[in-house]
Design a protein. Structure first.
Length: 91
């Protein structure tokens, strides 16, 4: 995502949430994410909650746990995180 967030992903997120999330807001949040974030469950939970707050969406703890489990079991890395976002935007 170094060249910017694909417009289809941002559009899907905005459509799905019914909120307007800017590319700059996503970049600001993403700037604090590294490979360690995806490996550390506490950091991953914190990131999920930050994304939920940015989208102004309440995410039940059970959903946070499901997301953490999916990320850890899939072996998601920062290099293929964009594909995960696209997959989740379709849900």
């Amino acid at each position: 995502m170094s060249k910017g967030i694909p417009k289809d992903v941002l559009s899907a997120i905005n459509k799905k949430t019914g909120k307007t999330i800017t590319e700059n807001a996503v970049k600001k949040l993403a700037s604090g994410v590294d490979a360690g974030t995806l490996q550390n469950e506490a950091e991953l939970r914190k990131l999920i909650k930050q994304v939920a707050d940015m989208a102004k969406i309440k995410v039940p703890e059970s959903t946070v746990s499901d997301i953490v489990k999916a990320i850890k079991s899939s072996g998601v890395s920062p290099s293929n995180l964009e594909s995960l976002v696209k997959m989740m935007a379709k849900r």
